[in-house]
Design a protein around this ligand. Structure first.
Ligand code: NAD
Length: 431
């Protein structure tokens, strides 16, 4: 067996914020080291944020000699915001390279549409888009042009999720009956850029972060969500804008199972992890009960250092997650990313590189057909999240948004004749 051929790519990252700094850029740097990525561009709005990323000591130490092109370039002076700067970067990108979208949730849809129209493959952080209709439109646009769109649900690359999936799909657990998941970010998020975009009209704690566990439960079990209700009382961010900062969601699945998902921005800053998170799924089969229990924050490691770091949320006593994303010294040069955060980005970029290698050298019509075949294979494999194989996530988000903005009214998800969400009605009770 030969490994699939991979075509090296240029990569542009849109959004220089937290997730780019923590996970995306170091992963792309590692792929550049391996020769899979050629040029890297990062696009932001404010020169100060670009500077913070370019001068981040963790990245400079981890990846000596590597750098990225800056849009806007803070070294040229000026401090004005440049929200159009990413268009400059796109101009210098050949067709069918790879653009990673790490922008605020509500910007994903128009920007991904623009990228597909410009002929670029896209990897986006979750949530893909906020309505199912938008997701379908983008999926059709991508398929028509033979372009990959992958959604970065990194919990799919956490080995414990893959272990549970294999056992569940083999029938070893029986069937999901009832589950609970929680993911609460640290309180200092209150003072971050989130207050500018994670506001009631755009997003909420469940949309922002709860989707990880909804996707994971679907990924493990193959069940489809059919009803969502989300309770939250709006409260102000420090800048006075209102947000749904704490959400309590109930998701009902097509076998009648329930999953309760609690999300928020209030894990104590002095808590020992980057956040608190975990999941318990209770299952039943003939004559026995089963259980899937994941402690996703405390993974068996405790460190106490002499003095805490200077970043918000840093603690002297900590329970670091060795599995998500670490930069490790494996003999250098620099440091190597490890963990499912890296593996997820690697798998998505490799999908693009494989599609491009397989269609290289063919005439335009044959290349398009080949790219579409590979896209269909990726959809069917179901490991990488694509607009087609994870569209239930958009329905859950849409249902969740409708519910949270209407006092937690239950919202049904229908898959036929056309997928849609609607308020639960009296005729649905007892169904
Ligand atoms: N666990 C996860 O999968 C995970 C974790 C964190 C964030 N995310 C997602 O990543 C996205 C970004 O989140 P974040 O935490 O990095 O937020 P952030 O607020 O730190 O970063 C967003 C960045 O986008 C930039 N931006 C806004 N408009 C722009 C434009 N026109 N051109 C270029 N840049 C622009 C902002 O200046 C900011 O730097 C969100 O969709 C979020 O839901 C996913």
């Amino acid at each position: 067996m030969h490994p699939p051929a991979l075509a090296p790519l240029d990569v542009a990252i849109l959004g220089p914020g937290m997730i780019t700094q923590l996970q995306i850029l170091p992963s792309i740097y590692q792929l550049q080291r391996q020769g899979l990525v050629k040029r890297i561009a990062v696009c932001g709005t404010r020169p100060a944020t670009m500077r913070a990323l370019a001068e981040d000591p963790r990245l400079l130490n981890g990846f000596p000699g590597q750098s990225f092109e800056l849009f806007p370039d803070y070294r040229k002076g000026g401090s004005a915001a440049a929200p159009e700067a990413y268009r400059e970067a796109l101009k210098s990108l050949a067709p069918r390279q790879c653009v990673v979208v790490a922008l605020p949730d509500q910007m994903h849809e128009p920007v991904i549409r623009e990228l597909l129209e410009a002929g670029q493959h896209v990897i986006t952080v979750k949530p893909f888009v906020l309505t199912h209709k938008e997701g379908v439109e983008l999926e059709e646009l991508a398929r028509e042009k033979g372009l990959f769109v992958g959604i970065e649900y990194h919990k799919r690359f956490d080995d414990r999720g893959l272990m549970a999936r294999r056992r569940y799909r083999a029938g070893e657990f029986g069937e999901l009956k009832c589950g609970q998941a929680h993911l609460i970010e640290k309180y200092y998020y209150m003072h971050s850029n989130f207050q500018n975009w994670c506001t009631c009209e755009n997003s909420d704690a469940f949309t922002y972060i709860g989707c990880h566990y909804v996707d994971l439960v679907a990924f493990i079990t193959g069940l489809k969500p059919v009803e969502v209700s989300v309770h939250s009382r709006p409260q102000p961010w420090p800048n006075g804008k209102l947000g749904y900062l704490w959400t309590d969601a109930r998701v009902i699945w097509d076998n009648g199972a329930t999953l309760n998902v609690v999300n928020g921005f209030g894990y104590p800053d002095e808590g020992p992890g980057g956040n608190t998170q975990g999941m318990v799924l209770h299952t039943e089969g003939p004559g026995a009960a089963g259980l899937i229990w994941h402690s996703d924050q405390f993974r068996g490691v405790k460190h106490a250092i002499l003095a805490k770091g200077g970043d918000p949320g840093d603690t002297a006593f900590m329970e670091p997650n060795p599995d998500y994303f670490q930069l490790l010294d494996r003999g250098g040069p620099g440091l190597e990313p490890a963990g499912y955060g890296y593996r997820s980005i690697e798998a998505l970029v490799k999908a693009v590189a494989r599609i491009e290698a397989a269609s290289a050298g063919l005439d335009a019509g044959a290349a398009l057909r080949r790219r579409r075949e590979l896209l269909a294979e990726i959809d069917a494999a179901g490991i990488l999240a694509t607009p087609r194989n994870s569209s239930y996530n958009e329905l859950v988000i849409e249902a969740g948004r409708l519910s949270v903005t209407h006092g937690a009214r239950p919202v049904r998800i229908e898959y036929a004749p056309e997928p849609r969400v609607r308020f639960k009605e009296s005729r649905d009770y007892g169904a």
